[in-house]
Design a protein. Structure first.
Lengths: 884, 115
């Protein structure tokens, strides 16, 4: 109680401080006056009487300090004092402050940005109620979070461990609200989707399980909030309105809440429709195809059930399905994955990449700290006279250290604030960035409290880290020696530690430079590598005839008309059509393929899982794919003709072993159809640039129809110039046909995206690392020159040659640079193996990369030591020796 | 070193309380004189150390202070014991006597007494 009262008085005290100081002064005066009178009475002279009474009173300053300590909270007061002092000293050395704040801003900002992305994609749970129990189902065999609809129904109805298992898949459709028909992205959801996730409507109602009465029974739409705002201007009367989705009527029943944009983090759909409407949306229905995996199941695990129990439950259903449907279902064992990133096969690399990036950013910050540690240590050495003086006057060493740490942490917090501010701008930009124009993909990385917290933590930790560097130095200061003989240059272990820090930093920089070079080279190479087709001078026109209301045979007729129309445009050399071109973001189904002799068509007996492309006769010529042997298709390869296929070399290798007699042989598809291989084409890249050769099978579009149509239009000149003509031709054919047009090179952006991001990130980090190394080497060299100025002057006076002076002044820095670079280069070569999974053919065993790294590091050294070297060479021994 | 200062301060506070209890309101110099008279060496030098102790006691509410006129009619700050201070003096006197008695007994003990 008593101490509480004291604490409160002290806390409130600063206000009354002046008055109290005055009161103390008066009391002291009175005390001394009374004592002096007493002494006078004892017979002392007036001067002696006052002197004696002062002596008796004791040290006034020490007492005052005690008095103040008694009066207030010394910790806080000291802190304020240190802060004021720090601000004063920083204002006196603005260059140090600027360098420290900028480098720290770089380091902490980089960390905040990377952490912001990591936080948004990996750490932050999906924005739905009770996200911690929400899981996505994925197959253990391929880690893909997709299941066929019939399998999903079995899992939903037979599991005992989930609170409702929902499912969704992404589809694309054309929406006609009476104005221009436009492409939209829709979530096709199971009836229980919203209920299982616990989503309440913002307006109107959501889709309920009771809406479903078999296929095509629920033509309802729930809009996302964003689409409602952007396309219906937030009109509340939109509920109940009927719109045309792919030419069939749908009713808008509600609007989803603002914070809910589906269950994939990076994908923002336009609206939700029941999955039983799949035939309307996609133009076909696989709701009865047990072998066609197309929906992503997810749900909340029941309270009290562990994930392991849920998996066991699912697996028992799975093994049952395996037994009952051996033809359709391969290995049916399950895993539970994060619900937001499409299963582990996708989230795995994302997570690995972001973790790697975080690690690199952390290394950058470490480099910053090492760098600033050097600077701070150099500063402490420069200030050794001041420190010695303070020690001599009775300051405690802890108090001096506290002041140094206050300075370090203050600088770090300032740098952190600047860095955080920059990173917030960057993250905001990133949140609205849509990397691939055709897809509504973006990364909602809006920063939250976690990001701020991490930045603050890093700033404080960083401050303590580099502030700790000069601790030993201060603890071992001998005030007597320093005050007597000036600052002493000691060459010993202390410098060795500093050298090590800088060496590590140079090595880190070399690692970053190496990996960014490797990434850039890989990216350049992948732009000019052989994809198995030729993207130059080619235009892609993507449309889905189903969206425009074409069904059945009309699709085939329209496709032929489109091809013919395009061929009439002058400058067009060939036109092909494919249901989904390679490297356009996937979408090609895979079929199990069997040898002709196989009779038991279960998945485990398949020799290959081939990617299927449905193509028009002229596709290979338009795409620039080389036919190795045999023939391509003609329009006579239709439904009535024998089933034929063109396959790639890898397919032949898997199925027939050698290519010599492959043409003319037969293989079997899962439904038992015998297909004759009539031609063989070169291998290509189909899903990603880094993939291994994949077996592919091309089928004539007349035998294997598809409403999804990509026209591949090769021209003899820049296809952009023909865009208007193509547009007009398509409008003439059908004004209500929504289509998307881009050059094939632009279309490749999708597959190059990961490599581009990796390269960009590495380049940015590499540039930052280089900047840090420059400042680090610069600091060290400048320090070494200024500390040995006298020695260098003597050497010059004695007739040392320029190169000898440089050797003495900068030899250490260059040795560090060489060793650090070599170590970094080696590590970088090792690191490039990790990179190879993201960037096509990333390898450091490339003379250009190696030479580039060596050149960059040498340039870096030259740049960093230029000014110190000039200073060392321009020493005038006469002036210098006179001054000292 | 720190501990010695604490002990000193603790005893000094008790002496201040006792002085005020016996003599009634006093200014700083008066308290210092009194303590010097009784304790001899303790306040012969560093009389200033008294003032932080006075402040501490005042903050704890054991004493109160106000301006008044000293013997030669000058402005001086007078300290007096409050009710809480009186109680504290009582309790601490008791504590101190107890402690002193125990310590004294320990010093009286000889080796043979402990066997």
């Amino acid at each position: 109680m008593r101490s509480l009262r004291r604490f409160l008085t002290r806390l409130l005290n600063p206000a009354a401080r002046r008055a109290q100081d005055e009161r103390l002064r008066e009391e002291i005066e009175e005390h001394i006056a009374l004592q002096t009178e007493e002494n006078l009475r004892a017979g002392l002279s007036p001067i002696e009487a006052r002197r004696q009474s002062m002596l008796k009173f004791g040290g006034v300053e020490a007492m005052k300090q005690d008095y103040r300590a008694e009066r207030r909270l010394p910790l806080i007061e000291d802190l304020l004092q240190d802060l004021r002092f720090t601000l004063r000293t920083l204002r006196r050395s603005p260059s140090f402050a600027a360098v420290a704040i900028v480098t720290l801003a770089l380091g902490i900002g980089a960390n905040a940005v990377v952490f912001g992305v990591l936080n948004a994609l990996i750490l932050r749970p999906l924005n739905v109620p009770q996200a911690e129990t929400l899981y996505e189902l994925e197959r253990a065999s391929d880690k893909l979070g997709i299941e066929s609809y019939p399998n999903y129904l079995d899992l939903r109805d037979r599991n005992r461990t989930f609170d409702g298992l929902a499912a969704f898949s992404i589809g694309r459709a054309a929406l006609d609200t009476g104005v221009n028909p436009s492409h939209v992205w829709v979530y096709q959801v199971s009836g229980n989707y919203f209920e299982a996730l616990g989503i309440q409507p913002y307006l109107g109602r959501i889709i309920h399980p009771s809406d479903e009465h078999g296929p095509n029974s629920a033509p309802y739409i729930v809009l996302t909030y964003a689409y409602w705002r952007s396309h219906f201007e937030g009109d509340r009367s939109v509920v109940g309105r009927t719109v045309q989705l792919n030419k069939s009527p749908f009713t808008i029943v509600g609007v989803a809440p603002p914070e809910f944009r589906g269950t994939l983090l990076f994908f923002s759909p336009d609206f939700f429709v029941p999955i039983v409407e799949q035939e309307q949306v996609d133009g076909w229905s696989v709701l009865n195809a047990r072998g066609n995996r197309c929906v992503t199941p997810l749900g909340h695990v029941k309270a009290g059930i562990t994930p392991a129990q849920a998996i066991a439950d699912l697996n028992s259903i799975g093994s049952d399905l395996e037994k009952n449907y051996p033809k359709d279902d391969g290995q049916m064992s399950f895993l539970l994955a994060r619900p937001s990133l499409y299963g582990d096969s996708f989230s795995g690399p994302v997570q690995a990449f972001l973790t790697g990036l975080m690690l690199l950013a952390g290394l950058i910050l470490l480099a910053v700290c090492a760098n600033l540690g050097n600077l701070v240590a150099a500063r402490a050495a420069d200030r050794s006279r001041e420190v010695a003086l303070r020690l001599a006057m009775g300051a405690g060493r802890t108090r001096i250290l506290r002041q140094l740490f206050t300075e370090a942490v203050l600088v770090s917090l300032m740098g952190g604030a600047v860095g955080l501010w920059c990173s917030l701008i960057l993250l905001r930009g990133l949140s609205t960035w849509q990397p691939i124009p055709q897809y509504p993909i973006n990364i909602p990385v809006s920063p939250d409290a976690n990001v701020y917290g991490v930045a603050l933590l890093l700033a404080v930790a960083g401050g303590f880290l580099f502030g700790a560097v000069p601790v030993r130095q201060v603890l071992h200061t001998d005030p007597y020696q320093i005050v007597k003989s000036g600052s002493i240059v000691r060459v010993g272990r202390r410098l060795a530690v500093r050298d090590l820090l800088l060496g590590v930093q140079i090595a880190i920089c070399a690692v970053l430079v190496t990996s960014s070079f490797v990434a850039v080279r890989g990216l350049l190479r992948s732009l000019h590598s052989n994809f198995g087709f030729e993207p130059r001078n080619t235009m892609l026109v993507n449309t889905d005839l189903n969206m425009a209301g074409y069904r059945g045979d009309r699709v085939r007729v329209m496709q032929k008309r489109m091809i013919d129309a395009m061929e009439t445009i002058p400058g067009v050399t060939s036109v092909g059509l494919v249901d989904a071109p390679p490297l356009a973001g996937g979408g090609n189904p895979r079929w199990n393929v069997f040898t002709d002799e196989t009779t038991d068509l279960r998945p485990s007996n398949a020799l290959a899982e081939a990617l299927i492309f449905n193509i028009s006769p002229d596709y290979f010529r338009a795409a620039g794919t080389t036919l190795l042997t045999g023939r391509t298709f003609s329009w006579r390869d239709d439904k009535d003709a024998a089933r034929v296929a063109v396959v790639n070399r890898e397919f032949v290798r898997r199925l027939f072993g050698s290519a010599t007699n492959a043409a003319g042989r037969y293989c079997k598809t899962p439904d038992g159809t015998r297909v004759q291989v009539v031609g063989i084409v070169e291998d290509g890249k189909y899903n990603s640039l880094t993939e291994n050769p994949q077996p592919a099978m091309f089928l004539p579009i007349l035998q294997s129809p598809s409403s999804s149509s990509w026209l591949v239009i090769r021209s003899s000149r820049d296809p952009q110039q023909l865009a208007v003509a193509m547009r007009n031709q398509l409008r003439d054919l059908d004004g209500g046909l929504p289509f998307f047009m881009q050059t094939w090179n632009r279309g490749l952006d999708t597959v190059l995206f990961p490599a581009r991001v990796a390269t960009l990130s590495l380049s940015v980090l590499g540039a930052m690392g280089a900047m840090l190394s420059i400042s680090g080497i610069f600091g060290m060299a400048a320090y070494s020159v200024s500390k040995r100025l006298r020695e260098l002057g003597i050497r010059i006076a004695l007739g040392a040659q320029r190169h000898a002076v440089l050797q003495v002044a900068l030899g250490g820095a260059f040795k560090l640079l060489t060793v650090g670079s070599a170590a970094g280069l080696l590590l970088g070569i090792l690191a490039s193996r990790v990179l190879a999974s993201i960037v096509y053919q990333a390898t450091a065993r490339d003379p250009l990369v190696l030479a580039g790294v060596v050149l960059v590091m040498a340039l870096l050294g030259l740049l960093a030591t230029w000014i110190p070297a000039r200073r060392a060479l321009s020493i005038d021994p006469a002036i210098l020796l006179r001054e000292e | 070193m720190k501990q010695k200062a604490d002990v000193l301060q603790g005893t000094l506070a008790l002496m201040v309380l006792k002085t005020l209890g016996v003599l009634g309101p006093q200014h700083g110099y008066g308290i210092a004189r009194r303590i010097e008279q009784i304790s001899g060496d303790l306040l012969a030098v560093n009389q200033g150390t008294l003032y932080p102790v006075l402040l501490k006691l005042e903050q704890e509410g054991a004493i109160a202070s106000e301006w008044g006129a000293s013997a030669n009619n000058r402005r001086a700050r007078f300290y007096r014991l409050t009710r809480a201070g009186r109680k504290q003096l009582q309790v601490e006197t008791q504590d101190w006597e107890q402690t002193a008695a125990i310590i004294a007994r320990f010093f009286e003990v000889k080796a043979e007494d402990l066997s």
